[in-house]
Design a protein around this ligand. Structure first.
Ligand SMILES: *Cc1c(COP(=O)(O)O)cnc(C)c1O
Length: 375
């Protein structure tokens, strides 16, 4: 094999491939465990599985895959529009909200333009922006790990085309108050698109939520992005949706490939949307898990960030690497925060009550073991 000599843009050469983790069966085999013994607390997935209504709908639909899916995911688009009280042409369906982040970037970015995003935010933001040849500007967070909205607004100049904002935020678990979001949006020129990523919005207490649909009505430059991957338990189906005014979406839909969401995924998401009981159960399990884990971290004297999503980012100290490895050997997978310049922190997704208890038990073992070695 030889190195490729095909010509690629400089920004493609500068990118790194996303480093995927090994298939769970392989991880389990390496550890001498069974796949079902592995406790996955690494990707903020739904520990309750998925709605049984989705299973039924998908099983039926799986027998008929000879036709192309609807190019716009018509039925799902309609159901989402009805649920949120917006016209159907204000809704776009994506292959995960990740695709929508990428489409937003492709719609507005090119060489010579810039995208702004806060420190401690989703790693995909700079990735999709750089893929379009744009420059990225990361704005340092406030002391409490939240986005510094004033600094972000101040950073906007004539080259800015896209701003990413997340609420509640991953990996910090923090949220933004509605009045601060509104004041921020008032300062952003209408020529700059704002991607308002609400992947975890279902987990935010209703009293703390902002009226996102009203924000979209007020601001023709804002697109709200949401997902079926977290509260709805469909990470494997890859379905997300965007809500924005038709002017913005008419541009974004030129970039989007038709048939971007397959038939099974459209049907799975539609069934999931109709099972709010499953979502309520998920939120209840999550609420209890957040309480259990945060109280345990308090008792251990471990500082943590916000509690407004389905994970907690916690400071386990200078032995974070060893602790993550120790957890892994016991079959528990959590996320390191080293790539965020937070080498002493880990992010743990909330699991089932049994998984949370097991995680805590092994974490305590690890803390005791590595504290001893450093003493
Ligand atoms: C998980 C997540 C998403 C959703 O990703 P999908 O592509 O919909 O699975 C979007 N934004 C953030 C910040 C996330 O953490």
């Amino acid at each position: 094999m030889t190195e490729t000599t095909i010509t690629t843009p400089s920004w493609v050469q500068a990118l790194d491939k996303y480093v995927a983790s090994k298939p769970i069966e392989d991880v389990a085999a390496d550890l001498g465990l069974k796949a079902e013994e592995i406790i996955m607390l690494v990707a903020n997935e739904n520990p309750n599985g998925m709605s049984s209504k989705v299973k039924e709908a998908v099983a039926t639909a799986a027998l008929n895959l000879n036709r192309y899916p609807d190019a716009d995911a018509y039925h799902l688009q309609k159901a989402i529009a009805e649920k949120y009280g917006v016209p159907q042409d204000w809704v776009v369906i994506g292959s995960g909200s990740s695709e929508l982040l990428g489409l937003a970037a492709e719609t507005v970015l090119s060489e010579g333009t810039t995208a702004i995003y806060p420190q401690y935010s989703f790693s995909l933001y700079p990735m999709v922006a750089r893929l379009c040849g744009a420059e990225t500007i990361e704005i340092p967070s406030t002391g409490d790990f939240n986005a510094d909205l004033d600094a972000m607004a101040d950073a906007v100049d004539e080259r800015t085309r896209l701003i990413f904002l997340t609420n509640p935020n991953n990996p910090t678990g923090t949220y933004l108050a509605e009045k601060d979001i509104l004041a921020f949006l008032d300062k952003i020129p209408p020529t700059v698109m704002v991607l308002f990523d609400e992947a975890y919005v279902e987990f935010l207490e209703p009293a703390l939520r902002c009226d996102s649909m009203e924000i979209v009505r007020l601001h023709p430059n804002v697109m709200v992005a949401r997902t079926f991957s977290k509260a709805y338990g469909l990470a494997g189906a890859r379905v997300g949706y965007g809500i924005a005014q038709p002017g913005l979406l008419s541009m974004l839909n030129r970039v989007r490939h038709p048939f971007n969401v397959n038939d099974l995924s459209q049907i799975a998401a539609l069934a999931a949307l109709q099972d709010q009981e499953f979502v309520e159960k998920t939120l209840e399990v999550n609420r209890k898990g957040i309480k259990f884990l945060s109280e345990a971290f308090d008792a251990l004297g471990l500082p943590y960030m916000g509690l407004h999503a389905n994970f907690i980012t916690v400071k386990v100290g200078p032995h974070a690497d060893d602790i993550v490895q120790y957890l892994l050997k016991k079959g528990i997978i959590v996320r390191r925060m080293k790539s965020y310049d937070l080498p002493e922190w880990i992010r743990v997704s909330v699991g089932t009550p049994e998984q949370n208890e097991r995680f805590l038990e092994v974490l305590k073992e690890a803390l005791a073991k590595f504290e001893e070695t450093s003493a």
